[in-house]
Design a protein around this ligand. Structure first.
Ligand SMILES: C[S@@+](CC[C@H](N)C(=O)[O-])C[C@H]1O[C@@H](n2cnc3c(N)ncnc32)[C@H](O)[C@@H]1O
Length: 272
């Protein structure tokens, strides 16, 4: 079976994320509030999520990385945000962002078609300047971002949620290099991704087999994101999901999101 990540398949994973966020939003102790997520949910996406979650999709990471991104975006006060692999992310619609914020959404061609119309029909309007950029983040995307008005002279908050899973380590490193070249001092980067152990854990082999069958295998991994980011000129903090209960820089998640044995990284980095 192939380890190829097929664009049409990986695009569907974004629908699963919306289901996870909609369900989290409905929790009495919701760690992440995303009232927009329900607009994306269909019976088919719920059934697909239920099936892959039963096979081992590490869903608890989704609200946690979402909260990390929200906190960083709102506290940084930066005027540019670049959301890489944006999918069903709806921050421009759900957060109290300033109207002069430029929010760039990047994803594969066609993935973001109809998104703003769907959210508008559900009663949500973007609260800031929204610019959609169609690009494959494995190559040649920086020109498209610059053409859309991104200013490399100004600091930005880069968000890469649920993305590095689908980029090989070489593609992930190339993406980090490109981000770093476009990041002025004062920029922030928040992301998540698998530790190498998540890919090699025998207990996860059934899950990985299913993801390969679906054309969206986890192919990315990190071993030491803090060190890796330092090499690109960032000061980073990173924590693996299993250590979240004692992480000092994130609000403590409820116990139901602290499932043990999830070797997934959450990281935030500041550009020196
Ligand atoms: C798991 S979803 C995450 C979506 C969103 N960031 C979230 O957390 O809800 C992965 C997203 O990354 C996008 N993606 C995957 N590989 C990509 C690539 N090479 N270039 C651009 N986007 C990509 C997919 O189309 C999809 O929207």
């Amino acid at each position: 079976m192939s380890d190829e990540v097929r664009p049409a398949s990986v695009k569907l994973t974004s629908d699963w994320m919306a289901v996870i966020r909609a369900r989290e939003d409905a929790q009495p102790d919701a760690y992440l509030h995303d009232p927009c997520a329900a607009a994306f949910v269909t019976p088919a996406s719920e059934a697909a999520l239920d099936a892959i979650q039963a096979a081992g999709l590490p869903s608890p990471i989704v609200p946690i990385r979402g909260r990390l991104g929200d906190i960083t975006l709102m506290e940084s006060g930066l005027k540019q945000v670049v959301c890489l692999g944006a999918g069903t992310d709806a921050r421009p619609y759900r957060l109290p962002v300033p109207p002069d914020l430029a929010y760039f959404e990047l994803d594969l061609p066609g993935q973001l078609d109809g998104k703003s119309e769907l959210l508008r029909a559900a009663g949500f309007e973007a609260r800031c300047e929204l610019r959609v950029v169609e690009a494959d983040l494995r190559a040649g995307w920086t020109e498209a971002l610059l053409a859309a008005g991104y200013s490399p002279a100004e600091p930005a908050h880069w968000i890469a949620e649920g993305l590095f899973y689908y980029l090989t380590p070489a593609e992930g490193t190339a993406l980090l290099s490109a981000i770093s070249e476009l990041s002025a001092p004062g920029s922030w980067l928040t992301f998540d991704g698998p530790d190498t152990r998540f890919l090699t854990d025998p207990a996860k082999s059934g899950f990985h087999h299913q993801m390969r069958e679906r054309g969206a295998p986890f192919v990315g991994s990190f071993t030491d994101p803090v060190r890796q980011l330092a090499g690109h000129g960032w000061s980073a903090q990173a924590v693996v999901h299993r250590e979240l209960a004692t992480c000092a820089w994130l609000p403590k998640p409820p116990a139901r999101l602290l499932s043990p044995g999830l070797d997934l990284w959450l990281a935030r980095a500041h550009r020196r």
